[in-house]
Design a protein around this ligand. Structure first.
Ligand SMILES: Cc1cc2nc3c(=O)[nH]c(=O)nc-3n(C[C@H](O)[C@H](O)[C@H](O)COP(=O)(O)OP(=O)(O)OC[C@H]3O[C@@H](n4cnc5c(N)ncnc54)[C@H](O)[C@@H]3O)c2cc1C
Length: 536
C-alpha cells in the first residue's frame, strides 16, 4: 500500500480477474488488483451446488435490494452480486452463453468500431477451452473451461422430450451456428468444479507472479486525480486508509453497480447528482449510472416427483448425502448441479430475426432467489425478455462509500415489455404443458388458472424480478449518455478506463459472464498496445 504500480485494477470479478492476469502475463508491468471481498479458496465456491447457499444471502455476495419498482406493484427486487475473488462469476449459475452475433453488430452500429461480431468472436475463442465442441466457432485452449454438466440427470431427457412434444427444435450448442432452440446448457466448470474467472485466470498466479499483487478485503473508496488525469486510488483495508498510485492506468472493473458508484464518488457523473451529495466534480458525464438494463424474469414453479428433482424432504436430504460421497470420489452427480441445467432461446414470432426470450429450466423449485424454500421436490422454469425497452438507473444513496447504491432497474416500466412478457409466459407454458413434464406434476404453485392476458399481466407484476444480468451503466459510445469510448476510456479523463459489464451499450441476448470475459480479453489487448506505444 502507498505504492506505485503500472496498472491499478479495481474489482476482481469476471473482468478484473482476466485483466489482472493478462496485464501481468509478460512480466513487464507491475499490476495491482484490489477486491472488496475475500479469497475464493472456499469449498462453497468451488462446488457448483454451493450456489444455493450463496445466492440468497450476503455470503460472498453484496445481496443488494432495489428501489421500489413501480412496474412490480412497488415491490423491491433482489440483486445478488459477487463479493469475493471472481466476483459474480464465483456465485453465478455457470451457464456458458455468448449472446446472439447480431447483438454485437448492434454495438458497432451504435458508434463503437471494433465491437462487431467478427471483431469480438476471436476474443470469445481466445478465452474458451470447450471440452465438447470445436470448429471455427469454439476455442479449445483458453483458460475458461466450458463443459457439459456432470450431473448425469435423467431429467435432461424429460425436458428435451417435453420440448419435442411441444414442437421446439433441440439445440445441442447455443454458441454454435444457431442460438434458437431448447437444450441442456454447457457450464463454466472443470472436472465438476466451478470455473469462475478467478479460477480460470487468476488463482494459479497469486503469490507466484512477482509483478502481480492481489489485495483482498480492500475497499476502493475513490479514484485520485491530478487535474483530468487519473493517478491512483484511495483504499480502506483493515480500517486503514491508503493510497495506491498508477504510473500508466487505473482500470475500474467493479461491475454494473460498483463501477458507476465509484465514478460518482470520485466526481465523475451528472452535475446535479454530484451536487446533491456535495462531491466536487472532476468531469461532467450525464450517463454515469444511467442506461441500466437487466433481463426481467418470471418463474413457473411446480411440486413434482422424479429422482432427478431436488427438494427439501427426507429422501431429498438422504440423496444429497449420497451425492456428497459420490462427488468426493468422482466429481460427478447432484453436487455438480448449477440448478439451471436446461433452457433455451425462443422467438416471439416467426417475424423475429433472433430469439426474444430465454428459458432456464431448474431441477428444483427456485423461488424468490432461493430465499423462499418449499417442502418437497419440484421443478421451475424461468423465462426472461432478452432485449427489454425499460431503462433504469444506479445512483448514490449518499456520499459515504460504505452505503449501497440505489438500484432502480425500472422493471416492466415500459408497456412494450409487459406485452412481450405476456407472450413469453404463453410460449413457456406451451413447453411446460407437454405430457412428459405434466406426468410428473403434483401441484402448480403459481400459475394455476392464470390464462387470460389480464391475469397474466397481474401475475407478472406480482412475481417478475431479475435473472442477474444488469449492464449498461457506464455505456460505451459517443452520444450524450456515453461514459466510455470504444477503447473503454472514460470520456474527458486520461489514464482511466472502465472494463466490465457496465460498458455494454445494449443488453445482449443471453447470460453475461462470457461476454464480460470477452470484453476484458479485448481490453487487455488495447491496454497493452497503448502501454507498448508509450515512451518508457
Ligand atoms: C446469482 C447470479 C447468477 C448468474 N448466472 C449467470 C450465468 O449462469 N451465466 C452467465 O453468463 N452469467 C451469469 N450471471 C452474470 C455474470 O456472472 C455477470 O454478468 C458477470 O460476472 C459480471 O462481471 P463484472 O466483471 O462486470 O462484475 P463482477 O463479476 O460482479 O465483479 C465486480 C467486482 O468488483 C468488486 N468491487 C465492487 N466495488 C468495489 C470497490 N469499491 N472496491 C473493491 N472491489 C469492489 C466486487 O466485489 C466484485 O468482485 C449471474 C450473476 C449472478 C449474480
Amino acid at each position: 500500500m502507498n505504492e506505485t504500480l503500472d496498472f491499478v485494477i479495481v474489482g476482481a470479478g469476471s473482468a478484473g480477474s482476466v485483466l489482472a492476469s493478462r496485464l501481468s502475463e509478460d512480466g513487464k508491468h507491475r499490476v495491482g488488483l484490489f477486491e472488496s471481498g475475500p479469497s475464493d479458496r472456499q469449498w462453497i465456491v468451488d462446488t457448483p451446488f454451493g450456489i444455493v447457499a450463496m445466492l440468497p444471502r450476503a455470503l460472498n455476495n453484496w445481496a443488494y435490494t432495489t428501489a421500489p419498482q413501480k412496474g412490480l406493484n412497488g415491490r423491491r427486487g433482489f440483486q445478488p452480486r459477487g463479493r469475493v475473488l471472481g466476483g459474480s462469476s464465483s456465485i453465478n449459475a455457470m451457464v456458458y452463453v455468448r449472446g446472439h452475433p447480431a447483438d454485437y453488430d448492434d454495438w458497432a452500429s451504435l458508434g463503437n468500431p471494433g465491437w462487431a461480431w467478427q471483431d469480438v468472436l476471436p476474443y470469445f475463442i481466445k478465452s474458451e477451452n470447450n471440452q465438447d465442441f470445436n470448429g471455427p466457432l469454439h476455442g479449445t485452449s483458453g483458460p475458461l473451461n466450458v463443459a457439459r454438466l456432470r450431473t448425469d440427470n435423467a431429467m435432461h431427457e424429460v425436458f428435451l422430450n417435453a420440448a419435442r412434444e411441444s414442437g421446439f427444435a433441440i439445440n445441442p450448442d447455443f454458441n454454435g451456428t444457431t442460438q434458437e432452440g431448447i437444450g441442456i446448457y454447457q457450464v463454466t466448470q472443470k472436472d465438476g468444479e466451478r470455473w469462475s474467472a478467478s479460477r480460470a485466470y487468476l488463482r494459479a498466479h497469486i503469490g507466484k507472479r512477482p509483478n502481480l499483487e492481489v489485495a483482498i478485503k480492500t475497499d476502493v473508496l475513490r479514484i485520485l486525480f491530478a487535474g483530468k488525469r487519473a493517478i491512483g486510488i484511495e483504499v480502506r483495508r483493515e480500517g486503514k486508509l491508503c493510497q495506491v498510485f498508477a504510473r500508466k492506468e487505473v482500470i475500474v472493473c467493479a461491475g454494473a453497480f460498483g463501477s458507476p458508484k465509484l465514478l460518482l464518488l470520485s466526481g465523475i457523473g451528472a452535475r446535479r447528482e454530484l451536487n446533491r451529495h456535495g462531491i466536487a466534480p472532476v468531469a461532467e458525464l450525464e450517463g454515469v449510472g444511467r442506461n441500466l438494463q437487466d433481463h426481467p424474469d418470471f418463474i413457473f414453479a411446480y411440486r413434482a416427483s422424479h429422482p432427478g428433482l431436488f427438494g427439501l424432504s427426507l429422501p431429498g436430504l438422504w440423496g444429497l448425502a449420497r451425492s456428497l460421497r459420490q462427488y468426493q470420489r468422482t466429481r460427478r452427480g447432484m453436487l455438480c448441479t448449477n440448478f439451471a441445467e436446461g433452457g433455451g432461446f425462443i422467438k416471439r414470432s416467426s417475424q423475429s430475426q433472433r430469439p426474444d426470450f430465454q428459458l432456464h429450466f431448474c431441477i428444483s423449485v427456485v423461488d424468490d432467489h432461493a430465499r423462499r424454500l418449499h417442502a418437497g421436490a419440484g421443478f421451475s422454469c424461468h423465462v426472461c425478455l432478452l432485449r427489454p425497452k425499460s431503462r433504469g438507473t444506479v445512483t448514490l444513496s449518499g456520499p459515504d462509500p460504505g452505503l449501497a447504491p440505489t438500484i432502480d432497474p425500472n422493471f416492466l416500466g415500459e408497456e412494450e415489455d409487459v406485452l412481450a412478457m405476456i407472450d413469453a409466459f404463453k410460449a413457456t407454458r406451451r413447453l411446460l404443458a407437454a405430457p412428459s413434464l405434466q406426468a410428473l406434476v403434483q401441484r402448480d404453485l403459481y400459475t394455476q388458472g392464470v390464462s387470460d392476458d389480464a391475469s397474466i399481466r397481474a401475475l407478472l407484476r406480482q412475481r417478475v424480478d431479475t435473472v442477474y444480468h444488469p449492464v449498461g451503466t457506464c455505456k460505451m459510445g459517443n452520444d450524450a449518455e456515453a461514459v466510455v469510448s470504444a477503447e473503454l476510456r472514460v470520456h474527458g479523463i486520461e489514464n482511466l478506463r472502465v472494463v466490465d459489464a457496465s460498458i455494454m451499450p445494449t443488453l445482449i441476448g443471453g447470460n453475461t459472464n462470457a461476454p464480460t470475459i470477452m470484453i476484458a480479453e479485448k481490453a487487455a489487448d488495447m491496454i497493452l498496445a497503448a502501454a507498448g506505444a508509450q515512451a518508457p
